[in-house]
Structures are given as C-alpha cells and as structure tokens.
Design a protein around this ligand. Sequence first.
Ligand code: DP6
Length: 363
Amino acid sequence: MVVSEFIPSTNLNLPNNGKIAWKSPSNIALVKYWGKKENQIPANPSISFTLDACATRTNLTFEKLSKPSQNFSFNLLFEGEPKPDFKPKIETFFRRIEPYLPFLKDYHFTIETTNSFPHSSGIASSASGMAALSLCLLDIERSSKSQMTVDFFNKKASFLARLGSGSACRSISGSLIQWGKNDHIQNSSDLFGVKYPYKMAPVFENYHDTILLVHKGQKTVSSTVGHGLMKGHPFAEKRFEQAHQNLNKLQTIFAEGNLDEFIEIVESEALTLHAMMMTSIPYFLLMKPETLAIIEKIWNFRKKTGLHACFTLDAGANVHLLYPEAEKTETIQFVKDELVVHCENGHYICDRVGNGSKKLISL
Ligand code: DP6
C-alpha cells in the first residue's frame, strides 16, 4: 500500500457529534525498533507481543464547530484531570495525521484517557494511548463509510498511530505484530504493523510477561531523543542489519517453538538496544543497578532449573520477564522469592500476550 491510499475522499458525510471509546494494550518488542527516518519510518523492522492487562482506555467526545477552527480544538483529561503537559504531543500528532483525517479542524474534541497501569510506573503509555486515540478518530471517518473493511480499518489505525508514536502501530491488533519492511515477511510495511503471517507454535500463544518495576520515575532521555542519536551512530548500519537477521531467524523459532533460540535472540536484542544507548554521542544509561541484579538472577534461575524465563527491556530500567504458561507456577514463585526485592516498593505487574484493541463505545 502507498500513503495516498489513506487520504479519504472529500465528500465524507460525518456526524455532528458523538462519543466513542476504545481500549488499546501496550506491547513488548522482541526485535527492537531503535532509529527512525523522516515521517516516523523505522530504520529497522521490529516485532512485538501485544499485551493484555497494561492498556489505555480513551473516550473521545466530539462536537462540530460552527466554522472550522484555525488550530486544533481539544481538551485533554488524563485520569480525570486536565493534563497540559500532554497537549503539545497531541497537537503534533493531529498535525501529522490531518492529511489523512481532514475533518479534524471541523470539531471540538474532548479526550479522556486512563491507564490500567499506575501513572508513575515507568511504563510508557504512548503506544497504548496513541493507538486508542487513533482508533477513536478513525471511527469518525468510518461512520460515513460503511464499506471500510476491517483490514483497511486496522491498517489505517496502525498507520495513524505510528505517526503519534512508532511503537503504537503495533498496539492495534494481537498477538504477534510485525512492523517495518522485511524481504522475508510478506506484506510487511514501513507504514503500519501487520499480524505476523507465518506459523507460530502454540507455546507462544499464551506467553507471560511479568513487568518488574525497577524505577517508576521519568526517564532521563526520551525514546524520541534516543532514536535521533542513531543518526550518525558508529554501529547503526550493522545494528539495522542485525535486526533484519534476527527477524529472519525468529521465523523458524516461532514455527518450531524453540525456546532456547528464542531466549538468545530476545535477550541479545534487549542488551543491544541498551548498548546502542551507551555508545551514542551523547551516551546515556537507562538501566539501573537493580536491572542488572535482576538479569543476573534470571540467568542463575535458568541455569539452576532448566526453565525458560528470559528478560527483555524497553527504553527504561524496568525488566520484562517472559516465560511460557507451562512454567508459570515456578516462575512466579521465583519472582516472589528473589526478584521482588529489586522492585520499587515491591511492585510488579503480571501481564500476558493479548488480542489487541477493543471497542468500548460505538458511535
Ligand atoms: C525501545 O515508539 O516510544 O520501546 O516513535 O519516538 O514515539 P517514538 O518512539 P517509541 O520507541 C520505542 C522504542 C522501544 C523499542 C520498541 O518498542 O520497538
């Protein structure tokens, strides 16, 4: 598909007002997106498990203005309170998506958003938040076009979400989503995420992700700045190549359910992501001593038990502990016995692979 296919016709017959709500989950990347080109085009492809429990719920109320406004007209409530700090991000998002939703200046919007995970958990809500908002806005366009297919709706929602935050494009559907052009994955695109189209062994269908909340504060360097530092990074080209190779290796691993090889790729991806941060100029560190302590304990646990718990990291200090359903009891016991001490206030979140966004209120 090409970008112009997402520009709607000008004769949309849209409602004067209404309310829509969507819930979108967070996701956890196995092969990491790190580095981007113009217009939120990823420098390398990525793949993620869509999560289930960590989600954003967005209610969108809209009312037609008597005449189109000069600027975007919206109020934003986060957990019931006005949130002026979030407004610039939404304004940038609206500016980027306006060519594809040309009616945005015709309305006043009230965006009410809440997260299922604690506000200051260090879990980024941009992926789930931008996905839920994109779905709500696109539903306004869909209300005038009954012939919009589910496939097109999902692709366009992912395309819009990407313009808010890259990883958000992987939060529309479940359960394994690939984003970014890769020659070995049919229909893969830099413009939107697609469901992984090949065989996935049953072991991956209900994988668990227990998120160990090591540091709940604000990150010192945002992902957007981190992506920017991949421009001119001495290891960038090799890293981008490696992401393609890891994605290709995962095809056989997903099909065969080879957990040892899965672990090797997933942990290597996490450490490579952080190695890119540490070798940027300026360099920075997002891991904390507790992050490393947890990683070492996971390695020891695996050695001692022969089980398959492994870790991945986002752009932050929190650790995502991934493990199969069949090893749930022993792994959760390990979390309680050995890892909780490294979590801020002993907090962790039990999540698992999920099926994607859900509509809560229809127009
Ligand atoms: C480390 O999607 O947060 O989580 O596109 O600038 O909003 P922006 O960045 P963002 O980057 C996420 C990076 C990552 C890896 C990943 O999810 O693939």
